[in-house]
Design a protein. Structure first.
Ligand SMILES: CC(C)(COP(=O)(O)OP(=O)(O)OC[C@H]1O[C@@H](n2cnc3c(N)ncnc32)[C@H](O)[C@@H]1OP(=O)(O)O)[C@@H](O)C(=O)NCCC(=O)NCCS
Length: 152
């Protein structure tokens, strides 16, 4: 049984390992002045951001991770768009040896719960190489942007 929880700074090495190989750099991974990959601690702590890890409760090994944010993070304090907030799931990765065990779907579901708790009305996911996975999670593909959306 896999446990899904919010990532902490103690998960830094595991997050770098799980997320670093995604084709697009994760929004919580950055390069240190020394040139090493590290986690953006501000985003890890920021309430508008959600970084989740899927953990094997016995070994404590991180099996996967999901990173996203509440769209209000990118709105300035004074400029309210007037549209209901949405959540964007930016990065999702499951270690290859743990694929097809439901961990990815559990991470997406936990992200949706976080988004709902913040009052977001929709989750959006941009692209990704496995559309069948998102469709199985209940997302609808929007053309022509290759975006997947689900109303909460
Ligand atoms: C995409 C990814 C997150 C899916 O995670 P996962 O834990 O393997 O997925 P799940 O086991 O929760 O799959 C749920 C359902 O999605 C569908 N699905 C998942 N992977 C699939 C694949 N490769 N082909 C077709 N359908 C797939 C299946 O219907 C699956 O249910 P089933 O196994 O009972 O048939 C994982 O494969 C991954 O990390 N891939 C590499 C990185 C990536 O592509 N990230 C997403 C874009 S940033």
């Amino acid at each position: 049984m896999t446990e899904i929880r919010r990532a902490t700074e103690d998960d830094t090495a595991a997050l770098v390992e799980v997320l670093a190989w995604l084709p697009i750099r994760s929004r919580v991974i950055e390069t240190s002045p020394e040139g090493d990959l590290q986690v953006n601690k501000d985003r890890l702590r920021n309430p508008y951001w959600c970084t989740l890890v899927a953990v094997d409760p016995d070994s404590q090994r991180v099996q996967g991770a999901a990173v996203g944010y509440d769209s209000r993070y990118f709105e300035s304090a004074t400029a309210h768009s007037g549209t209901p907030p949405i959540a964007k799931l930016e990065d999702l990765a499951v270690q290859s040896e743990y694929e097809r065990k439901g961990i990815g779907a559990n991470l997406v579901q936990a992200f949706e719960e976080w988004a709902r708790s913040r009052g977001c009305v929709r989750v959006e996911i941009s692209g990704g190489p496995k559309p069948a996975f998102y469709e199985k999670c209940g997302y609808e593909r929007q053309s022509p942007f290759f975006r997947f959306v689900k109303n909460l």
